[in-house]
Design a protein around this ligand. Structure first.
Ligand code: ADP
Ligand code: ADP
Length: 226
């Protein structure tokens, strides 16, 4: 099964910037895929389109067989997104952020509480469950974003530069968390501009430059060439 199938994807923003020039990309179920590129290369645009936050200009996107144009709501059920920017209500309590998110997906409250407990414990936030989000440290907020993205048990987790601005200790613990999640069957795609991070974690790598995918191969093949 293919987790993601992108074909001839283009994006021109209204200001005239052509961010994507025809991206073709397939990610198999169970894979751990890194999209590597400099600032402005088109990583966030690509992720934004997959997760329905940005409108594409042309091309097609399928997630677990569901076409973005034909079956957007089914597609969204399968995706958990961890955006780069913190975008939760700072006044809300940690646990409520998670249960409210589950509510958007129609998950009953009792189930949501069980699931929130599970993810809060795994991400070392359980002690903070009754605190307002604004009282968390940057690293805790980052982990809260991951917990929130997992509340509806998505088969595909997409993270946009998850470790940007994160200290090395937290970065390592996030790596371990993501590796375990992947080992348990969740397909993961992350963007990064650290080759080292891609190398540590990922089985496949795509390198995006000025809106074009210039490399797309198993990580070990890329390493053999360097
Ligand atoms: P879309 O074509 O997807 O509807 P828009 O062109 O309307 O997107 O832009 C969305 C928003 O992003 C606008 O408010 C715009 O001002 C803002 N924006 C413009 N240029 C940039 C940029 N280089 N990086 C990030 N945001 C930008
Ligand atoms: P990356 O995530 O790799 O840093 P982006 O996808 O954010 O790259 O940006 C790709 C290109 O599109 C850049 O030239 C950026 O300035 C432009 N861009 C991104 N978002 C917008 C927007 N909302 N409106 C206009 N231009 C944008």
């Amino acid at each position: 099964m293919k987790a993601l199938e992108i074909s001839k994807l283009t994006k021109s923003y209204k200001n005239g910037v052509q961010a994507l020039h025809g991206i073709d990309l397939v990610v198999e179920e169970g894979d751990f895929y890194a999209l590597l590129g400099h600032n402005g290369a088109g990583k966030s645009t690509t992720i934004g389109i997959i997760s329905s936050l940005v409108n594409k200009t042309s091309g097609s996107v399928k997630v677990f067989g569901y076409d973005l144009d034909q079956n957007q709501s089914a597609l969204k059920q399968h995706i958990g997104l961890v955006p780069q920017e913190f975008n939760f209500n700072q006044f809300e309590k940690v646990q409520d952020i998670l249960t409210n998110q589950a509510g958007y997906y129609g998950i009953p409250h009792k189930e949501a509480l069980v699931s929130a407990e599970k993810w809060l414990k795994k991400l070392d936030l359980w002690e903070k469950r009754d605190q307002q989000a604004m009282r968390l440290s940057g690293g805790m907020k980052r982990r809260l974003m991951i917990a929130r993205a997992l509340m509806h048990n998505p088969k595909l987790l997409i993270l946009d530069e998850p470790t940007a601005g994160v200290d090395i200790e937290l970065r390592r613990s996030m790596w371990i968390f993501l590796q375990e999640l992947n080992a348990q069957g969740t397909t993961i795609i992350l963007t990064t501009h650290y080759l080292e991070e891609a190398e540590m974690l990922c089985r496949h790598i795509g390198i995006i430059q000025q809106g074009r995918l210039v490399v797309n191969m198993p990580m070990k093949d890329l390493l053999a060439k360097l």
